[in-house]
Structure formats: C-alpha cells, structure tokens
Design a protein around this ligand. Structure first.
Ligand code: FES
Length: 238
C-alpha cells in the first residue's frame, strides 16, 4: 500500500496506530497530499545527515516535481506544530519541526503572492537570519522568510504563516520524516496551499528552457540538497 492509500484508508486499527509513531497526526480536514518518498542527499548523492545542517542557513532541494524548489531550514530551535489555513479557508495542522532537536522544517519556495521562486540565476525569496534590511518595508520580526518582490514575510517557526505583505496564505509545507537511526530525512507529502498548477502555467516557457522536458516530472527516490548560496548565483537580499 502506498502512502496516499495508507492515509486515505488508515483508521484506528492496530496496524495504523503502530505505524503512526512516525506519522504526524493531522486534523480532520487536513489536506496532506502524499507524493513519492524521496531521500534527501548531499551534493555527492550520499544520504544527508540531518544533524549536519547548519542552523539558520538556506538550503534548497526540488520536490515534488523536478522544477519546484523547496527551502530546507534548520531553525536552530525546537518548533512546535501550528494550526493554519489556506486562502480558501481550508484549515490544516502543520506538524512542526523534525530531527533530533525538532528544528528542521521545509516549505515550498514558491511565494504565495506572485510565485517568485529561486532559480540558478537569481533568488528574491529566502530565509533571513535576524532582521531583513529594507528601508521601506522593515522586518516584522527576526528569522523570517522574506520575499523581496513585494515584501511578503513568512515565519518558518509558525509553519510559514504570513506575518506581513500581500501573500494570502502560508508557503505550502513539505512534510519530512526523520529516521533517528541513521539521521536521514525523507520528503513524502505536501500540506497546505499548493500552487504548482499556477507555477507551471506562469513559467511554462522559462521552465522549458531552464529545466527542460523533465520540469513536470515527479522527483523519484532521491533529491540533492544544496545551500542556496551555491545553488543560486545571485541571492538577492532586500
Ligand atoms: S511575489 Fe513574493 S511578495 Fe509578491
């Protein structure tokens, strides 16, 4: 049984209760959308060790599609779950951080306003340690994901909830499973307001050049994690 069918059919059976030890518990109307189980790796293709993620540093991988970027962040502190809602008022229970310190989170790096996202050439959206420096639109807090396009600010410690700016919903969460035995991370689902259809529609021509025919292909098995500073030639800091 794949994960999608597992979640759809899982009731209070003994098997499900047992398996739920590694599975976050979602609210009744949650919108977790399972995709392929994908092991996160380093740039060489070796399994990434969660404990080696530098705190408050932007990392990027692609999931669930080859062209859709995700921010992976070790916030350096334990992060509790949070109740959130999409712009269509669908509520969901973001499960919080994973890893030994419950500090690791992941969110789609596609801004919920006008779909700005990090490319190899430039990134207008990123996590900012401390306060982002911007004379016109100051940070409303420290350690936020800031989109320089129109200054939406998201709090990754609150499930990427919108704290300021025109974005109408949190960044879509990417759910991770941490294997405590080998300290690896596996992405397995999204939770919240997906914007992938709009993203592919808006950037169809650009993605066909940048990523090619595999842009809409599902990532399978493994995804390489890179620091944003290495992935992107010009990470803009507003
Ligand atoms: S595209 Fe990010 S705030 Fe407008």
């Amino acid at each position: 049984m794949d994960r999608r069918h597992f979640i759809q059919s899982c009731s209070a059976s003994a098997a499900c209760l047992s398996a739920s030890a590694a599975t976050p518990v979602f609210a009744a109307n949650a919108a977790a959308k399972p995709y392929a189980r994908v092991l996160l790796t380093d740039e060489r293709g070796d399994p990434l060790k969660a404990s080696r993620l530098a705190a408050q540093t932007n990392y990027v991988f692609h999931y669930p599609f080859e062209a859709t970027p995700v921010f992976l962040l070790n916030l350096g502190k334990a992060v509790a779950g949070q109740s959130l809602a999409t712009k269509t008022s669908d509520s969901y229970a973001w499960p919080g951080g994973v890893g030994a310190a419950k500090s690791i989170v992941a969110f789609s790096a596609i801004c919920a306003h006008h779909l700005v996202y990090p490319t190899k050439d430039v990134s207008f959206i990123s996590f900012r340690k401390g306060a982002a420096l911007n004379a016109k639109t100051p940070s409303v807090g420290n350690d936020l994901i800031h989109c320089c396009a129109d200054h939406s600010q998201y709090d990754p410690a609150q499930g990427a909830k919108v704290l300021a700016g025109p974005a109408s919903q949190p960044l879509c969460a990417v759910l991770l499973e941490h294997n405590a035995k080998d300290d690896t991370l596996t992405a397995y689902a999204t939770l919240g307001g997906e914007l992938f259809d709009d993203f592919f529609k808006k950037y169809e021509a650009k993605l066909s050049i940048d990523v090619g025919s595999k842009a809409k292909q599902m990532v399978q098995a493994r995804a390489a994690v890179r620091e944003l500073e290495k992935f992107c030639r010009n990470p803009v800091k507003c």
